[in-house]
Design a protein around this ligand. Structure first.
Ligand code: NAD
Length: 285
């Protein structure tokens, strides 16, 4: 069987073209993306810089702001500013309590990485919501490659608030039969082997080996792990590819699509702000 490679770079390029057109339609000064980060975290600084570059490539303005004392006031100011379409708190944040406080203050309408409890609740209830970008990128890949999930047995490995849980909710909303596995799952291999679609977000390098995948399954790997001086996924790609029907590579699978999902949700918010401003101007005239 020839495995189908699910190339995220291709999907990201397509999304980039679409978003560039949508930003152009927003006129000269579209509302921007604000990225709030912990100045002491090198990883957060790098993530913020990569998001800024990605925003720049679609013509969207962005600013990366270091949060220190008075951070919740900073979020209140960004919430009230009509020139800000989206607010993202770059991970990791050294102080988890400060991180939570920041996130909880974000206006859900500007929460373009689906981090607030309000958006998580809406998603869990099956209502329209902004969704964590990595989870959304799994759906973007499934849609881009025409992978059927309705009625299928989909197994998600991982139950974190940023990937596993939201991805399970998104799949449930698309009529998949979802099984969520985690650290306490008794026989992980028995569960994953039965998956028609397997989504892995465990943060364990090469957790999923050949013996854990059913023949012809679609395997989507969200993992990004440093191992032996390179980036590897949560799936042992070389071992699983000969068995799977389709598989995402790492790097080059979910990774390139994730920032595009933050940008897509930011553009959606910007479009809403833009239409509201146009309607207001109309009613004044
Ligand atoms: P996390 O550590 O918060 O959660 C991991 C989950 O996996 C937990 O629910 C845990 O129960 C489960 N798990 C761990 N070991 C397991 C095992 N041996 N068997 C079964 N379940 C197990 O991690 P996270 O933030 O959800 O991230 C998961 C992976 O996705 C990481 O590799 C991370 O780097 C990656 N990630 C990628 C992106 C992206 O843009 N592609 C974004 C965020 C996270």
């Amino acid at each position: 069987m020839t495995v189908r490679l699910l190339d995220g770079r291709e999907v990201a390029a397509h999304l980039r073209r679409d978003l560039t057109t949508r930003v152009e339609r927003l006129g000269d000064a579209p509302p921007r993306l604000a990225i709030v980060r912990d100045g002491s975290s090198e990883a957060a600084t790098m993530y913020a810089a990569s998001l800024e570059r990605a925003a720049g490539r679609i013509g969207l303005r962005s600013e990366s702001i270091v949060a220190d004392a008075g951070h919740t006031e900073l979020v209140a100011r960004l919430n009230a500013d009509p020139s800000v379409a989206g607010i993202v708190v770059a991970w990791p944040f050294a102080d988890a309590d400060a991180d939570r406080a920041l996130v909880e203050h974000i206006d859900p309408a500007k929460d373009v990485d689906g981090a607030t409890p309000t958006n998580a609740g809406r998603l869990a209830r099956g209502e329209p919501a902004f969704v964590p970008a990595t989870a959304l990128s799994v759906i973007a890949m499934i849609e881009a490659f025409g992978i059927e999930v309705a009625g299928q047995r989909v197994v998600v490995v991982g139950r974190s608030a940023v990937v596993g849980r939201p991805v399970a909710n998104l799949l449930l909303a698309r009529d998949a039969t979802v099984v969520i596995c985690h650290r306490a799952t008794r026989d992980l291999a028995a569960e994953t082997r039965r998956a028609e679609v397997l989504v892995v977000a465990a943060g364990v390098p090469r957790l999923i080996g050949a013996e854990m995948v059913g023949r012809g399954a679609v395997v989507i790997d969200c993992g990004i792990n440093a191992a032996e001086g390179r980036v590897v996924g949560d799936v042992d790609f070389d071992a699983v590819a000969p068995i799977a029907g389709a598989i995402t590579p790492v790097p080059g699978g979910i990774g390139p699509v994730t920032p595009m999902m933050v940008l897509r949700q930011t553009v959606e918010s910007a479009e809403r702000i833009h239409s509201a401003a146009a309607a207001n101007a109309g009613s004044v005239a």
